[in-house]
Design a protein around this ligand. Sequence first.
Ligand code: SAM
Length: 324
Amino acid sequence: MNSMYQDPYNRQYRKLRVSLTSACNYACQYCVPDGKKLLKAKHELSVEQFIQAISLIVESAGIEQLRITGGEPLISNKLESFLAGLKTINIPELCLTTNGQFLEQKLPALIDAGVNRINVSLDTLDPVQFKQICRGGDLATVLRGIDQAVEQGIKLKINMVPLKQHNADQVVPMLEYCLERGIELRYIELMKMGHLTTGDEFQQEFWSMKSLLDQISTHYDYAPTRAPNDSTAVRFQIPGQGDFGIIANESKPFCRTCSRLRLSSAGFIYGCLSSTRRHYIADLLPLEREQGLEAMHQILSAAMKDKQDLSFTGETTVMKMIGG
Ligand code: SAM
């Protein structure tokens, strides 16, 4: 970690998220309202550009964890060569966020590359709801991928976005499923982004941390437990059974401890998931290393200023392009 970028709230960069592609094989209700599947960026970075940019960022900011995300990263035809390129950079921890549709298929390549933490986004165990929410994919295939990953000893988390009108009945079954498999479930409160910042949909679908905990308390005793300082989740322990977390963007905002930095597949650095401010980096990649580092330094300093003070302020979404 590099204190060069510390801001007045003591925030520093620690985690880099790289969106390998903005294309996705799902079109989730809350993410892509028009139901049209997202496509890849017109001018997507090449694998060489990705690796060079990451190498500059890592050297400049002292990144401790890189998370590959999207779009849907496992549908990118760059995945294997990207993973090979990452081996040339010293990054302490490699993680992935995926919808799990191609997890079973890509697991050997991921393990070989040293990916040891995977978050699977899964909002329901009901195949009908699954189709309604995701508008793509197949639940049984995702569940097979999860079983395989658990079997291979991957540290797995499942991310679920509870929606009042779509899957609130899944809050307890999803927890049960995860506890049985030693997986940590993360409920993500619906984030007010993009189309959700206007109109009634957000209020109609929002399922708060309090509603979640009320539901869970009818089945389980739980107690708060520790989370790392820059964690986005509030964590709870069910004695003898396991942990779960809630990423409570609305109920318990976490911007004050944000340590994240994002690189999009189109070559932009984002300092904040809730800001449309972005900084193009492809132009600096052909520079000599020292000049490149200097230019990257300017960009990372500017991106730190893009972080929100306390909570998401609801600018146009970039989540679907650059991942959670
Ligand atoms: N395709 C990958 C996946 O499914 O995990 C990575 C990208 S996806 C946009 C990352 C995460 O963002 C998913 O867990 C998804 O549920 C979540 N997400 C998207 N829009 C959201 C919103 N408005 N509020 C909360 N979570 C959201």
